[in-house]
Design a protein around this ligand. Structure first.
Ligand SMILES: Cc1ncc(COP(=O)(O)O)c(C=O)c1O
Length: 282
């Protein structure tokens, strides 16, 4: 079952007008929230980021957090699996085609849930490969916008190279992945690029930094030049559905020893433990 504009229904019955500004202009924002044991993970943080995205595109939030929580809870119940991936999508709604905002706005609200597919054990054990690519996106990558054409093309480039992610470089510095944040380990220190307009403020990124802080893992938040990425001992990607995953080959060159490193093993264990604790606490 999905939710569309006030109603729960089978996805086959869901219809959106062709003049919806999401369809015409990509004029909307979204969220992806993992659900473990039927509990949405970091829901408050996801709803806060949704609010930030809506503010950035000057679209009023159609619901308060209580209503969102109620709708998402119902969607989780209706869909069944213990672990799910919730997708929230809000557009500026249908209107005569014109770039400027319509005077009267009826936003389109679409929610769906899919079974959560986290990376297979083999990827966790061995790591995955990534390519580098020029970050040719716009300068508001902090907005979780549904207009994802650059990200789509960049991820496709990675897949065509037999890899899972493209790590993006802008003006000689690493920004993030096509659909993930990137961490680097050098000389026993975990490095993360700063949150600014060039990257999406990842919810998983925040969890990893909190865990590093709580467990005394040395870390720095600072810009990461391309050369430091290429000579890193470890590279990780993070996202809500991929959690924390080691990148063990970059542009066909092994990262460090070419296997997931000791700091990855520590962070992976901390992340799983944190997730399980939060879920047990309800
Ligand atoms: C461009 C980009 N950066 C980072 C992330 C990771 O964000 P989160 O940890 O909130 O899933 C995503 C998630 O899909 C993304 O699309």
């Amino acid at each position: 079952m999905i939710y569309l504009n006030g109603e729960f229904m089978p996805i086959e019955q869901a219809r959106v007008p062709v003049l919806d500004r999401g369809f015409i202009f990509g004029d909307g924002v979204y969220e992806v929230i993992p659900v473990y044991s039927r509990h949405p993970f970091r829901l408050a943080e996801h709803l806060r980021r949704l609010q930030d995205s809506l503010n950035s595109i000057k679209l009023a939030n159609p619901h308060d957090d209580q209503t969102w929580t109620r709708l998402l809870t119902r969607l989780v119940e209706l869909n069944g699996p213990e672990d799910q991936s919730l997708y929230m999508h809000i557009t500026r709604g249908p209107a005569k085609r014109d770039h400027a905002f319509p005077k009267v706005i009826t936003p389109t609200v679409f929610l769906m849930s899919n079974p959560l597919t986290t990376p297979p054990q083999q990827q966790i054990n061995d790591g995955v490969c990534a390519i580098t690519a020029v970050d040719n996106r716009w300068l508001r990558c902090d907005i979780k916008a549904i207009a994802l054409l650059p990200n789509v093309l960049l991820r496709q480039e990675a897949v065509e190279a037999g890899c899972v992610e493209a790590i993006l470089l802008r003006d000689g510095f690493m920004t993030e992945g096509a659909a993930s944040n990137i961490f680097v380990v050098r000389d026993g220190v975990m490095l993360a690029p700063p949150k600014n307009h060039l990257i999406l403020p990842g919810i998983t990124y925040d969890v990893v930094l909190e865990l590093a802080q709580a467990h005394g893992i040395p870390y720095q938040v600072r810009e990461i030049p391309e050369a430091e990425l290429r000579s890193a001992q470890e590279i990780w990607l993070t996202s809500s559905t991929k959690e924390v995953l080691a990148i063990t080959r970059l542009d066909d060159v092994p990262v460090g020893k070419g296997t997931p490193g000791p700091m990855f093993a520590q962070m992976y264990a901390l992340y799983q433990d944190f997730k399980n604790r939060v879920m047990r606490a309800g």
